[in-house]
Design a protein around this ligand. Sequence first.
Ligand code: HEM
Length: 312
Amino acid sequence: PSLFGGPPRPPIEPPPRETPGSESADSLLDSDAVTRDEGANGAAAVQISIPPPPVIQHTAPEPDTDRSSYDEEQTTPKASAAALNTPVPALALSAPEQTPTTSKPNGASPAPTAAASALMPPPPRPPTLRPLPTGISSSSPSLAPPRTRNLPVPARGPGCSTLAPPPTHSSKPAKPSRAVVLSPGHSPLDWARLSGNPTADLRGLPPGSPYLRVTPSMLKKMTGRKGKDAWTVLGGRVYNMSPYLPFHPGGEPELLRGAGRDGTRLFGEIHPWVNYEGMLAACLVGIYVPEEEGGEAAAVRSGGAGDMEAMD
Ligand code: HEM
């Protein structure tokens, strides 16, 4: 099993290491070169071929936690002390290797190296290394994220590029809004609720009153003053605007400009897009007729608008 574990591991490990990053590859190459030189100087080619695997294993953790791996693996030997003395990456890599080699004079450099290599491959280190890289990879990403986070933060600061909108706002002032602040409970939605209520009677007439034939003389009296409602004519129909006064976005004074008169033209000059028919349906008083065609008390007996038009 050790033989199987040994051979396959080296070939599998190199690819991922090369793929992750050039830095790890460089460090690996450096450490490998050093090891090979030493091995060449100290022993046969077989011994040289053996060292690389351990070196690769060491290099794998290097990207993230080389020191920890060395400490754990070589904690028994003097590697940890050497690594601490030489925190520099290249020196740290060479130091641990040299230290065991130097300490190995007893068994000669080849023997210890072989022993170390044999120890390295058989144990579950490759598997452990694989899991570790995964954890390490997560840790290494954690290293990368800080940079990314740092970058985004400044980017967000400059995100003030959203300052672009101001110019757009500058274009709006061309037409100053004449809209007023409506009192609480008098928003367009509030009016929709009120006027949409079937039971709501906003005409200002006695309950059950039919639609009226409104003449110019009648209309002139309904100006919203002296306790009378404000009537206006829009599209030939007469509406009681009094209930709508506090809801008018343009303000009561503006709305009263059309009171007691035909406000069709005025209305169209300001906001022809407004659907007055729908908004004032509950405020419909009747139809606007010439003086001679309607009596002051003339009324449309049928309650339907269609009938009222038919009367026309
Ligand atoms: C006939 C006399 C009227 C006058 C002089 C008048 C005047 C105005 C004015 C000055 C504004 C503000 C426009 C702005 O935002 O700059 C306005 C807004 C508005 N008025 Fe009138 N109005 C009249 C009748 C009416 C009537 C009868 C209704 C409802 C049936 C109505 C519904 C509205 C609405 C919904 C707005 C807001 C429009 C919008 O923001 O697009 N107005 N009106």
